[in-house]
Design a protein around this ligand. Structure first.
Ligand code: FES
Length: 156
């Protein structure tokens, strides 16, 4: 028998073990990220986008019945025009402050409702129930001939 012995070659095994650890660690991180990302998106509202305009004709007077609402385009975002039961108008941003779904007027509740996660706002745009974290932006409304004109509130 010779005095030289064959040493086992450990390097490839260590490398393989390290590779498996990296793959398992990466898979675990990916699993955690895919679990937490939707949770974080649910809890953190998106930033408010700029409207891109100051005034629009939201509707004609004849377009709305009492106690009804209409979605209109206010620059880059939707707006909600409401004719109250007493004939007065109200206009607000129609972008839910939770995750940005478009809200709608609920004539049965006389409130503004977001169907996505059952968020509720009063007619002053205040978030009163559900996940929305802040009120809707309220716009000014005035009549110009047959047009219902909506504009950004002027800071006073
Ligand atoms: S987007 Fe969640 S309540 Fe409106």
């Amino acid at each position: 028998m010779s005095s030289s012995s064959v040493q086992p070659h450990l390097e490839p095994q260590v490398t393989r073990r390290r590779l498996i650890s990296i793959l398992l660690g990466g898979g675990l991180l990916a699993s955690l990220a895919s679990f937490f990302y939707p949770v974080v998106r649910y809890l953190v509202p998106p930033p408010v986008a700029d409207l891109g305009t100051d005034e629009v004709v939201a509707a004609k007077i004849a377009d709305l019945k009492s106690n009804s609402g209409k979605i209109f385009r206010f620059g880059s975002r939707p707006g909600l025009l409401i004719m109250n039961a007493d004939g007065t108008y109200r206009a607000l941003s129609a972008t839910c402050t939770h995750l940005g779904c478009t809200v709608q007027y609920r004539p049965d509740l006389r409130e503004i409702w977001c169907a996505c996660h059952n968020g509720l706002y009063d007619l002053n745009g205040r978030n009163i129930s559900g996940p929305p974290p802040r009120p809707l932006e309220v716009f000014d409304v005035h009549l110009r001939g047959e047009d219902i004109v909506v504009s950004r509130k002027r800071e006073s």
